[in-house]
Design a protein around this ligand. Structure first.
Ligand code: XMP
Length: 332
């Protein structure tokens, strides 16, 4: 398949269209790989999850999924990958808990770009080590989608990026395996329809975007395990309360960032120094600019009350009202 979407290709909107796409891709993948094995870095994001489900349908356990937990996932995410792919879909899944490796390397590193580079490079190293333990793999599957192709065309034209966005699924070119990229002509909304048609859980298919370096770019400055833990717990509360308030499907991206700054507070009538949890909730179409979601005060109060009561180490909750520009969506 070539890399340009034909003008005649209809936008996939319905389950019937998605089913037809799936049937075509299942046939194409079977024809491409025959009885050979295919490797996939499965992050649990929408794109890699849809590719995994599609390939499991096409070639079953000839697909080997490797899920690297870099210790910077949100609460429950790696567990969901194991549950959905390892158990429900009976995938050939290799789960690697590399938390200590990543956090040890990141200790004391505060520069955001260095953090991104360390996470990206270590991811490749871990994935490389795991894949070299496997035998007879001829193909590498990737969750490339059409906007990725459009983005690389822009970059080839010399447009400058603000941050070195590392897609942690981006794998070493020297892996020298033929690529299987079944969704590379699809836009994100189409990937989601295909994901639903494949029977993936709604929460996985409609998961908000999550940066490759994960909570690493939200635990601001040098990451410590205690602050990372507080961030993960606070973020889980934010997500739960967005679900309860019916905001989850409405807001494009929402999360907590925790800076490496403590303020004086009071708890149980005693001095209580803690970090602030910063709420970010934005809407955008292309992530190049973004506006702020106006979260109702009642929801903000509930989130604040829960985070300060339930999360050790957090004593304040702040609400970031800055659009992009001048802020970026992430804090690092
Ligand atoms: P910014 O912060 O640049 O973010 O306004 C725009 C969108 O990109 C996501 N983002 C990343 N995604 N690797 C990724 O895969 C990264 O290093 C990275 N940094 C930011 C961010 O979450 C937002 O959706």
């Amino acid at each position: 398949m070539n890399d340009v979407r034909p003008e005649s290709m209809a936008r996939i909107k319905t389950l019937a269209q998605a089913e037809q796409f799936i049937a075509e891709q299942v046939a194409a993948v079977r024809a491409q790989v025959g009885d050979k094995k295919v490797l996939l870095a499965l992050s649990g994001g929408v794109d890699s999850s849809v590719v995994a489900a599609l390939l499991i349908k096409a070639i079953g356990r000839q697909l080997v999924c490797v899920h690297v937990n870099h210790g910077l996932m949100r609460k429950g995410e790696s567990e969901q990958v194991i549950e959905v792919f390892g158990k429900e879909l009976d995938a050939n899944l290799v789960y690697v808990d590399a938390t200590d490796r990543f956090l040890d390397l990141l200790a004391g590193v505060s520069d955001p770009e260095r953090k991104r580079k360390i996470i990206g490079a270590e991811f490749i190293k871990v994935f490389d080590e795991e894949s070299s333990k496997l035998e007879g793999i001829d193909f590498l599957a990737q969750g490339t989608i059409y906007p990725d192709i459009l983005e690389s065309i822009k970059q080839a034209e010399g447009k400058k990026a603000v941050k070195s966005h590392h897609n942690v699924g981006g794998l070493p070119e020297e892996m020298k395996m033929a690529l299987v990229e079944p969704i590379k002509l699809l836009f994100k909304d189409e990937v989601r329809v295909v994901g639903e048609a494949l029977g993936l859980p709604h929460a996985m298919v409609y998961r908000q975007p999550f940066p490759g370096p994960g909570l690493g770019v939200r635990c601001l400055g040098a990451i410590t395990r205690d602050r990372l833990h507080a961030l993960r717990e606070a973020d889980a509360i934010l997500r739960e309360e967005f679900d309860n308030a019916g905001l989850a499907g409405k807001v494009w991206q929402y999360f907590i960032a925790v800076p490496d700054v403590k303020s004086v507070g009071v708890k149980d009538e005693s001095r209580y120094e803690g970090w602030p949890a910063i709420i970010r909730a934005v809407n955008t179409t292309d992530a190049m600019t973004a506006t702020i979601e106006e979260i109702p005060y009642a929801v903000l109060h509930k989130i604040t009350a829960r985070i300060t009561a339930e999360v050790t180490g957090i004593n304040r909750v702040l609400y970031d009202l800055t659009p992009k520009p001048t802020g970026t969506i992430e804090w690092e």
